[in-house]
Design a protein around this ligand. Structure first.
Ligand SMILES: *Cc1c(COP(=O)(O)O)cnc(C)c1O
Length: 231
């Protein structure tokens, strides 16, 4: 690794850990996609990841992404950015213009706003439904017991392109149980994409069926503080 940048070393190391975790779970490593979560990171670090062949990124704020991503996307037309943070309905229009996938569809009001926006822009952006898998009051997301009917409503009534489920499990020792539950909900609803697992727990997530792991600090190191105000 001598002479390699930190981001390059980290990307290489996490990709090999992802492959190992997939192989030990008797899964195909190419079925697990690595999303580099670049929130609060400067464009030069994103450029570093791109120049090392990485193409899939995630951000958690619309406003920050609006400042950061348009020039990068203009210069790299195969780069893809997912929204992995909460989306307010007044930012739906800009989110639909900017992101390739929205992973945080978490309520009926947002589902309706997205359906309207897709109609008016004449586009479809793939959506993951965010499940509040640990039923935590401080977290957003659809409760597990409401998941089946919400998925049905989004697909059937609103005709939204629902491609998978996403969760952020509680920080406790039940991570595997929560990941397993998300996989079950996805399977019984015929959804093949499962976004779960972050820097601290992605190997467990892969064991329980994650198809998208979202890694920030494991790739870019510690995050600089956010300089924007709250959305
Ligand atoms: C920040 C963030 C991540 C990445 O977290 P790390 O612990 O830095 O890997 C993953 N998912 C979401 C939704 C996030 O907001």
């Amino acid at each position: 690794y001598r002479g390699w940048s930190e981001v390059r070393q980290n990307l290489c190391a996490v990709k090999s850990r992802i492959s190992q975790a997939a192989v030990s779970a008797e899964r195909n490593p190419s079925d697990v996609k690595l999303i580099a979560i670049s929130k609060t990171q400067k464009p030069n670090l994103i450029a570093e990841a791109i120049s090392n062949g990485h193409r899939l990124f995630g951000e958690n704020r619309v406003q920050e992404s609006e400042d950061k991503w348009p020039p990068i996307l203009e210069a790299n037309d195969d780069v893809v950015v997912h929204l992995v943070g909460p989306l307010q309905t007044n930012k739906v229009k800009r989110a639909v213009q900017l992101f390739h996938t929205i992973q945080t569809l978490d309520r009926r009001k947002l589902a309706r706003a997205l359906a309207r926006e897709f109609d008016s822009q004449g586009v479809q952006v793939d959506c993951f439904i965010q499940i509040n898998i640990g039923e935590e009051p401080q977290k957003t997301g659809v409760l597990p017991e409401a998941a089946d009917s919400f998925i049905t409503e989004c697909r059937g009534d609103l005709l939204l392109p629902i491609v998978g489920l996403m969760c952020i499990p509680p920080a406790n020792d039940q991570t595997g149980l929560h990941f397993g539950l998300l996989s079950e909900i996805a399977a019984r609803n015929g959804l093949s994409n499962i976004s779960m697992g972050m820097s601290a727990d992605f190997e467990i997530a892969i064991r329980f069926g994650a198809t998208h792991v979202r890694l920030g600090t494991a790739i870019f190191g510690a995050r600089p503080p956010l300089t924007l105000g709250p959305e």
